[in-house]
Ligand binder design. Structure first.
Ligand SMILES: C[S@@+](CC[C@H](N)C(=O)[O-])C[C@H]1O[C@@H](n2cnc3c(N)ncnc32)[C@H](O)[C@@H]1O
Length: 212
């Protein structure tokens, strides 16, 4: 893919996602859940809480692809239940979703950045960074993980690479940890959950520690 094709790929993805998310009314819909099949808040919590469970200390957290900021809001609440204090940050490449996230979390409006994760330079590094791989085309995913580790994650910090399976996305051949394992990156742990009523709807998170 040349630079022009890559630019078109990002633009098409942005328009597709923001159009679908902004048509939603529930906060989880505006974060990409339950757009085709109506979903409850329990579904959202079952499949997103494991991200919060990967956060083991009071820390600075960045959600790459933060959409309307609902995950940030939930992460704050779920970690607070364990006595942790999180300083939340978000990044999204959709102007409209960034505006929505800033409106949802006005006290953190200046922590929510507009930018494309593939090329954005963060103003600081973070203790925990959460991402999905599908923010870049398949052939750039390995380089994307390395980039996030080098540019976004504090030495000693962790990159959480999440994968949401099932629903309309289908089941890819390899699970996220198998995929990342092929790239010779050390996975510290994997956290998983599934929705009881539909066991094929799953979340898996591969946690990679930045050692140097
Ligand atoms: C599925 S939502 C994720 C919401 C939340 N982080 C979660 O995991 O539930 C994906 C979000 O990522 C954003 N996104 C996709 N590709 C991106 C990129 N290259 N850079 C920044 N944001 C991106 C989309 O605009 C969308 O809001």
């Amino acid at each position: 893919m040349d630079d022009k094709e890559l630019e078109s790929w990002f633009e098409a993805n942005k328009v597709l996602l923001e159009t679908a998310y902004l048509a939603g009314t529930h906060p989880w819909q505006q974060s990409g859940v339950g757009l085709r099949t109506p979903r409850s808040v329990d579904y959202w919590e079952t499949l997103r809480r494991p991200i919060a469970d990967c956060i083991t200390s009071s820390s600075i957290f960045l959600d790459v692809g933060c959409a309307n900021g609902y995950l940030l809001e939930c992460i704050l609440r779920w970690t607070h239940e364990r006595g942790l204090l999180i300083d939340p940050y978000g990044l999204d490449f959709s102007e409209k979703l960034v505006a929505l996230a800033q409106a949802r979390l006005p006290q953190y409006a200046d922590h929510i950045f507009l930018g494309n994760a593939w090329e954005w330079s963060p103003p600081r590094k973070f203790d925990f960074v959460n991402t999905l791989l599908d923010y870049v085309p398949d052939e750039l995913q390995e380089a994307f993980v390395h980039r996030l580790l080098e540019r976004y994650v504090q030495p000693g910090g962790r990159l959480l690479v999440a994968e949401y399976r099932g629903g309309h996305t289908g089941v890819p051949e390899k699970r996220i940890d198998e995929k990342i394992g092929q790239w010779d990156l050390p996975i510290e742990m994997v956290r998983s959950s599934h929705f009881e009523q539909e066991p094929m709807c799953q979340t898996h998170i591969a946690v990679i520690r930045r050692t140097t």
